[in-house]
Design a protein around this ligand. Structure first.
Ligand SMILES: [Zn+2]
Length: 231
C-alpha cells in the first residue's frame, strides 16, 4: 500500500512542482530550496542513511527526531523500512538480490514499487531499530504523518506548495538519482553538482568501502560532524 502511494507521488509531484515553480516568487523559491536541502541532505542522506542505517555517528534524540521528520518528508518512507532495505542493498550489492540494482532491474530501480525482495528486510537492522522509539513513531503513524502536509493548505496554497510539495518532489526525484551511483562495474563517484543535488551522495566508492564512516565524503562529512555526536 505504502509503495503504491509512493509510486503515485513519484509520478504526480514532479510535474505539479514544475507547474508551481512557474508561479513562485523569489521568497517562496528560497524557502523551497532551503527545505529541499534540509529534507534531502540533513533528513535523508545524514539521518536516514548515515545515522539510522549505518550508525556512522550518534545524534541527540531531539536532533534525531527532527532529522527523521525531514527524512520522512523527503522520501515518504519510514526509517525502519528504508534502513532495512538499504542494508540489503549493501549486503547483496549489484547482484540479483540487490533490491534496486540498475544493472538488474534498469529504470525500475527508480521506483521502490518495483524493487526486488523489498519485503525481506535486513533482520538485524529491523531488530535494532525496533528498539528505537523515534524510529517506531514513523512506523506507527505513517498515514497520519503522510497526510499531514495537507494541513498547510489551511495556511495558504503557497505554504503547501513551497514548504512541502516542491521540496518533496525534488527530494523524491534526486533520491531516485542515487541509482546513478552504480554502473555495471559497481559503485562510482560523481561530481560536485551531483553531490549538491543528491544531498551529499556523491562519494559512493568510499561509502561502499567504509559504510560506517563519512571521513572520505568531502563536504558531507563537515555537515555530519556539525550536527552529530561522535560514536
Ligand atoms: Zn549506504
Amino acid at each position: 500500500m505504502k509503495a503504491y502511494f509512493l509510486f503515485i507521488l513519484q509520478c504526480i509531484l514532479p510535474p505539479l512542482a514544475l507547474l508551481a515553480l512557474t508561479k513562485a516568487t523569489w521568497y517562496w523559491l528560497v524557502v523551497a530550496i532551503i527545505i529541499f536541502f534540509l529534507m534531502r541532505c540533513v533528513g535523508y542522506t545524514i539521518t536516514y542513511h548515515r545515522i539510522i542505517t549505518h550508525q556512522t555517528h550518534r545524534m541527540h534524540p531531539v536532533v534525531e527526531f527532527l532529522g527523521l521528520l525531514l527524512g520522512f518528508y523527503g522520501s515518504m518512507s519510514t526509517p525502519l523500512e528504508s534502513a532495512s532495505i538499504h542494508n540489503n542493498h549493501h549486503r547483496f550489492m549489484d547482484t540479483p538480490r540487490d533490491p534496486h540494482s540498475p544493472k538488474h532491474i534498469g529504470w525500475r530501480a527508480w521506483f521502490p514499487l518495483f524493487w526486488t525482495e523489498k519485503d525481506k528486510g535486513h533482520m538485524s537492522t529491523i531488530r535494532r531499530l525496533s528498539k528505537n522509539p523515534r524510529v517506531m513513531f514513523f512506523q506507527k503513524y505513517y498515514w497520519i504523518l503522510a497526510l499531514l502536509p495537507l494541513a498547510l493548505l489551511l495556511i495558504s496554497l503557497e505554504a503547501f506548495l513551497f514548504i512541502w510539495l516542491v521540496p518533496a518532489a525534488f527530494a523524491l526525484v534526486t533520491l531516485s538519482w542515487s541509482t546513478f551511483n552504480h554502473d555495471d562495474n559497481g559503485p562510482i563517484d560523481r561530481g560536485w553538482l551531483f553531490g549538491i543535488l543528491t544531498g551529499g551522495e556523491h562519494k559512493h566508492v568510499w561509502h561502499h568501502s567504509n559504510a560506517t564512516s563519512t571521513k572520505g565524503e568531502g563536504w558531507l562529512n563537515w555537515v555530519v560532524e556539525l550536527i552529530c555526536l561522535k560514536n
